[in-house]
Design a protein around this ligand. Structure first.
Ligand SMILES: Nc1ncnc2c1ncn2[C@@H]1O[C@H](COP(=O)(O)OP(=O)(O)OP(=O)(O)O)[C@@H](O)[C@H]1O
Length: 262
């Protein structure tokens, strides 16, 4: 890490001077994507083919040496313009995108708040609660116990037997959020989840996020809504073109970010 010669692993295992416990250490993280630029089909053989094929591959350096330490109970907003690397950072935290250099250390496995991929639109809300619950690692009995709370939180009592594809996008979002939030995560990543649903549901999901946070969790919130970030986060990290621009007090970081947008 920049501030010392300690390894990320050592930082993770050390309580900070003020008693806070580190849960995630991001240590000089680089992520590069290899993108096929497309275009004309490659012709030729041997070295000529390799040279020409090589020209079609572009490298996108999406994260350029990002470092920070996240502590227990923090709620960290991740902000930045489109394409700045926020989602890449979150995908690297959960292990979906491998670092090309540097590393991520975590005290327990970070989870992405989302069960979208596990759900099937043709099945009823009821069946999807079971599917989503299984995807979160719950047993059938546990899902049975959580079922009523999920339906109630999603406010889908009258629709729970209908196929999910008949739901409005707001209803689908509520169901997905209610399933995902039924689990107490230690390290939770929320990508724009608060931007879905209507104003009232957004407030309830913010309250639920706060509850998760209060129960000794650490939350990362990726959002384009500065209001959501200011309402929910205790710290904000601003990423710009793959680099960490600022990390600190939400108001100060959001103001500095907004200044560049003028
Ligand atoms: N799977 C991928 N393959 C190739 N390039 C990618 C891939 N995912 C992201 N990128 C590139 O990496 C850079 C960072 O993208 P990323 O999605 O992390 O940004 P973001 O800050 O989350 O953007 P947004 O706010 O628009 O969601 C962009 O240049 C993007 O084109």
């Amino acid at each position: 890490m920049a501030e010392s010669t300690k390894t990320g692993e050592e930082v993770l295992n050390e309580t900070a001077a003020d008693g806070r416990k580190p849960v995630v250490v991001v240590d000089s993280l680089h992520v590069k994507y290899q993108v096929h630029a497309g275009g004309r089909p490659v012709k030729g053989t041997g070295r000529a083919l390799l040279n020409r094929a090589g020209r079609g591959i572009r490298t996108v350096h999406a994260l350029k040496g990002v470092s920070f330490t996240a502590y227990e109970n923090e709620s960290i907003g991740i902000i930045g313009s489109n394409g700045s690397g926020k989602s890449t950072l979150m995908r690297a935290l959960v292990g979906l995108t491998p670092p090309s250099d540097g590393a991520v250390y975590a005290s327990s496995r970070p989870n992405l708040l989302g069960v979208g991929a596990a759900l099937i639109p043709d099945l009823s809300g009821e069946k999807n609660i079971q599917l989503g619950g299984l995807a979160l690692g719950f047993s059938k009995q546990e899902i049975g116990r959580l079922r009523d709370d999920i339906v109630e939180f999603a406010e889908l009592e009258d629709f729970i037997d209908l196929p999910m594809r008949t739901y409005s996008s707001g209803m689908q979002a509520r169901l997905k959020f209610a399933i995902a939030a039924s689990k107490q995560h230690e390290i939770l990543i929320v990508d724009e989840a608060l931007a879905v649903g209507d104003q009232r549901f957004r407030q309830r999901s913010e309250a639920r996020i706060r509850e998760i946070r209060e129960n000794a969790g650490t939350v990362f919130l990726v959002s384009h809504s500065m209001k959501s970030v200011l309402d929910t986060c205790s710290r904000v990290i601003w990423i710009n073109k793959g680099e960490l621009m600022m990390d600190g007090d939400p108001r100060e970081v959001v103001d500095a970010y907004k200044e560049t947008k003028k």
